[in-house]
Design a protein around this ligand. Sequence first.
Ligand code: HXC
Length: 256
Amino acid sequence: MSWDTVRLEWDGDVATLTVDRPDALNALNVETLEAMGEALEEAADEGARVLVLTGAGDAFIAGADIKYMRELSAEAAQDWGELGHDVADALKAFPAPTVAAVNGYAFGGGCEMALACDLRVAAESALIGNTEIDLGIIPGWGATQRLPRLVGDETARRMIFLGERLDAASAAEAGLFGEVVPDDDLTDVVGELADRLAAQPAFAMQTAKQAINQGLEGSQESGLAYEKRAFASLFGTHDQREGMAAFVEDRDPEFE
Ligand code: HXC
């Protein structure tokens, strides 16, 4: 399938989803969000072991498309909010790890798409923030919930109330980025990380992701209950037998 403002490319089992609307700094409009949703579905159906999200050109995603949003009624804004939430939820529930390669501006809805990924690696020139307050609105695609869970309540409130635009180093210090690398190294570093993730036992990886999501998006109690069930369900799988046999036999495991 092909789309005008989104690209889905494969390197082995690693799928890269690129938002490709560079003239608008990859701002997200209806067409782009719908295409992202379809591309995520396709990547999952094709069995991606890792999904990388990035932006074409110098921006990651400069936010939701303000030119589209400005005339929306409250009713239309409800549908618009839902559409972005659906894409963020699809990233969160993607059946393999997702990595945001934040190559430039990640404001508003762009920050929110990065927050919906499992891991975030940034180029050192990237800027990130939930800047919606400057437009008289609030984050609408998940940041009021996901940002405090990632960076803590105080920092999230400061960022959202003040619309702070953090440079990559400050964002990493706040816990928003796991790694900051020179701009020219971003693709290689993310590629190496993706390869490492893709080599892990896929079912255990997916199960770990779901258990973490369950607790962070629900209650700790439900997360712990999920972990108990999910942990036990891995016993008897090929990868569990192989991983433990490899340890005992002092060799590298060969996962499915
Ligand atoms: C629509 C955008 C855009 C956006 C940039 N552009 N961001 N169009 N929506 N979010 C367009 C510009 O209008 C311009 O188009 C082109 O991209 C280049 O942008 P410039 O502003 O000329 O570039 P520069 O001077 O380098 O400044 C870059 C920037 C600035 C700092 C990123 O563009 C900016 O502040 N953008 C808005 C960022 C933002 O507020 N994002 C949050 C949106 S709210 P033309 O046609 O003039 O060349 C949001 C809500 C999410 O995301 C939740 C919704 C439910």
